[in-house]
Design a binder for this molecule. Structure first.
Ligand code: DP6
Length: 360
């Protein structure tokens, strides 16, 4: 499927006003998206667990204007308060998607959004936020074009979300989503995420992700800046190849349920992501001393107990602790007793793999 397939024919129906509400989850990449080409095309394929508790709920009110505006007409509220600094990002998003949703200038929109996780937690809300907004916009398009199938609805929602933020393309459905072309996954695509199509061993059911909030501050490096650092990066080509190979390995691991091998891949991915930042120009260290303390504690605990606890990282200092449901009682206690002390105000968020976005 090509981008052109998402340009609609003339709409059969009209609607003058209304509102839609969607809640959409965050996701955690196991193979990381780091580096992109023009038009939000990823430099390598990625795969993520969709989360369950960490989500954004967005209400989109829309009212048809007497005549189309030259610019986009919208207001944004976060947790009930005007959020002017979200406007430029949404305006860029609208510009990128207007070709695919030609009704955007015909309406005035009020976007009300709230997150289930605290605003300053260092958890990026762009994946959940951009996917929730894309789904609300798709609900409008579905009224204008009622013949649209559910499958097309989800594909286009992911396609639009990608244009807002790459990782948002992986937040529409669950539980495992692949975004980016990979040779072993025939339907995989650079322009939208798809559900992982192969067998997944029950070891991965309700897989846990406890997010340790090491640093709740604003991101030091925006992801857009970060992705750009991969242009001309000395190790870029090797890294992109490694992501393909790691995804290949995960296909076997998801089938067999080999958790030791799983941990090896995801921890290597996390450390490689940070190694890319440390070896780019300019270079960055986004881990904090407590990030390393936690990693060492996890390794020591794993060695001592033989339990299957591993970690991954985003482009920040927080640590995502990943482990199977069957071992969660002991590992939850370990997190509370030994890892929480490294978090800001002992703060962590318990989450697990989820099924994707929901219309409310
Ligand atoms: C490290 O999706 O936030 O979390 O497309 O520029 O909005 P933009 O980037 P974004 O990048 C996410 C990077 C990552 C890895 C990942 O989620 O795959």
């Amino acid at each position: 499927m090509k981008a052109q397939n998402f340009i609609p024919n003339t709409y059969k129906k009209t609607i003058s006003n209304g509102s839609f509400i969607w809640s959409s989850p965050s996701n955690i990449a196991l193979v990381k998206y780091w580096g992109k080409k023009e038009n939000q095309i990823p430099a390598n394929p990625s795969i993520s667990f969709t989360l369950d508790n960490c989500k954004t709920t967005t209400t989109l009110h829309f009212e048809k204007l007497d005549r189309a505006t030259a610019n986009y007409s919208f207001e944004v509220f976060l947790e009930g308060k005007v959020k002017a600094d979200f406007k430029p990002k949404i305006e860029t998003f609208f510009k990128r998607i207007e070709k695919y949703l030609p009704f955007l200038k015909d309406y005035h929109f009020i976007i009300e959004t709230s997150n289930s996780f605290p605003h300053s937690s260092g958890i990026a809300s762009s994946a959940s936020g951009m996917s929730a907004l894309s789904l609300c916009l798709m609900s409008i398009e579905k009224i204008l074009n009622p013949d649209m199938s559910d499958q097309f609805f989800n594909k286009k929602a992911s396609f639009l979300a990608r244009l807002g933020s790459g990782s948002a393309s992986r937040s529409i459905e669950g539980e495992l989503i692949v975004w980016g072309k990979h040779k072993a996954i025939i339907d995989s695509s650079d322009i939208f995420g798809i559900k992982y199509p192969f067998d997944v061993h029950p070891n991965f059911s309700n897989y846990r992700d406890t997010i340790l909030l090491v640093d709740k501050g604003e991101k030091q490096v925006s992801s857009t800046v970060g992705h750009n650092l991969m242009h001309g990066h000395a190790f870029a080509e090797q890294r992109f190849k490694q992501a393909h190979d790691n995804l290949d390995m995960l296909i076997g691991i998801f089938k067999s349920g080999d958790l030791k091998a799983f941990i090896k891949v995801i921890e290597s991915e996390a450390l490689t992501l940070h190694a890319m930042m440390m070896s780019s120009l300019p270079y960055f260290i986004l881990m904090k001393p407590n990030t390393l303390q936690i990693i060492n504690e996890i390794w020591t605990f794993r060695q001592a107990t033989g339990l299957h606890v591993g970690f991954t990282l985003d482009a920040g200092a927080n640590v995502h602790v990943l482990y199977p449901e069957s071992e969660s009682e002991i590992i939850d206690a370990f997190i509370k007793d030994s890892l929480a002390q490294y978090c800001q105000n002992n703060h962590f968020i318990s989450d697990q793999v989820g099924l994707g976005a929901k219309q409310l």
